[in-house]
Structures are given as C-alpha cells and as structure tokens.
Design a protein around this ligand. Structure first.
Ligand SMILES: CC(C)(COP(=O)(O)OP(=O)(O)OC[C@H]1O[C@@H](n2cnc3c(N)ncnc32)[C@H](O)[C@@H]1OP(=O)(O)O)[C@@H](O)C(=O)NCCC(=O)NCCS
Length: 159
C-alpha cells in the first residue's frame, strides 16, 4: 500500500552538523556542481535558516534560506533522488513559506537554472512569478548558464 503524503510521518527540524554526511551524499548525487561541506558548515555557523525534512525517521530533503529585512531567499533546496516526484518538494516549500512569513518576510526569492524543468514547474504551480534573469550565473560543463529569478508574495497567504 502506498501512503498519501498526509498519512506519513513527515516533519521539519533544524538542520544540524551531524546531518552533513547524509546531506553531502544527496547533494553530490543530485547536482552536477554540488555545494561543499564547508559551504554547509558556513551556512550553519552563520545562522542561516536551515531545515531538514524527515520522513519515516530518515532525512529526505534539506534547505538553506537567508531571511532578513522582510525578504527570504532560498539558497538551496534538494529532495533525495529516490524521493523526488512524490509531493515532498511541494510540501517542503509550503512549510518554508510559513517559516519565512513567521519571520516577517513579505517575499521569498530563488534562482533556478532554465534547464531545471521539474523545479520551474513546481515553483509556477505554487504561485511563484518570474521577476528576472541573472546572466551567466551558474557553471555548466562547457561554460555558464543564466539563472531565472522567481519570487512569491508571502502576504498573499492566508494565515
Ligand atoms: C525540484 C524539486 C525540489 C521538486 O521536488 P519534488 O519533490 O521532486 O516535486 P513534487 O513531487 O513535490 O512535485 C511537484 C510538482 O513539481 C513538478 N515536477 C516534479 N518532478 C517533475 C519532473 N521530473 N518533471 C516535470 N515536473 C516535475 C510537477 O509540476 C509536480 O506537480 P504534480 O505533482 O502536480 O505533477 C526536486 O525534484 C529536487 O530536489 N530536484 C533536485 C534539486 C533541485 O533542482 N533543486 C531546486 C534548485 S532551484
């Protein structure tokens, strides 16, 4: 029997340094240009809003956000490769909206590669709007790729 997402044991907790081996394993499996351990350590020590999504006792996703002066910025969000396409990304982002709103952010921003159709589809479905493009933002195997910048109006959410 396949459980619906609402029937599973699923919760967010703060990301910790002890999670980094699992996080790096996922990061390196998912991205061509993964963040290093040092980047995650710096984010944790600098107090970025960093969260793990725990499903049935296992870390299946993580995110790092910066939240300041009314704006939240998703710096990384990643679902375990075997857990993608099952609704966890949507669930995680909706929880992040609440976290950012509780910290008085009015907008949430992110960058995404134009080639990342799965992520763009999800952002559009959740109500993100494209607000810009950063030239040559991401490395690729043979050069650079632009980033699309998306934003979501957190004030549109009903408490
Ligand atoms: C992008 C990502 C966060 C989406 O999370 P997810 O759990 O896989 O997505 P969900 O199952 O919640 O899907 C929600 C919607 O996203 C879109 N989507 C998800 N996977 C997709 C795929 N493989 N192809 C096309 N659209 C897809 C669909 O619109 C889907 O809606 P539907 O369920 O009505 O079809 C996740 O796949 C991931 O971590 N990818 C690798 C890292 C990454 O790209 N991070 C974002 C960087 S900006």
């Amino acid at each position: 029997m396949v459980l619906g997402i609402e029937e599973q044991s699923l919760f967010l907790r703060a990301l910790k340094e002890k999670d980094l081996p699992m996080v790096l394993d996922i990061e390196e499996r998912v991205y061509g240009f993964p963040w290093s351990q040092q980047i995650f350590k710096d984010c944790l020590s600098m107090g970025y809003s960093s969260w793990a999504l725990i499903n049935e006792g296992e870390l299946i996703a993580y995110t790092v956000l910066s939240i300041a002066v009314g704006e939240a910025h998703i710096l990384n969000i990643c679902i375990h490769p075997e857990k993608q396409g099952k609704g966890f990304g949507r669930f995680f982002l909706q929880k992040l909206f609440k976290i950012a709103k509780d910290k008085k952010a009015e907008r949430i921003f992110l960058e995404v590669r134009p080639s990342n159709k799965a992520a763009i589809d999800l952002y559009k479905k959740l109500g993100f709007e494209k607000i810009g493009q950063r030239k040559a933002y991401y490395p690729t195997k043979d050069g650079r790729e632009d980033a699309l910048v998306y934003s979501f109006d957190l004030t549109s959410l009903i408490d």
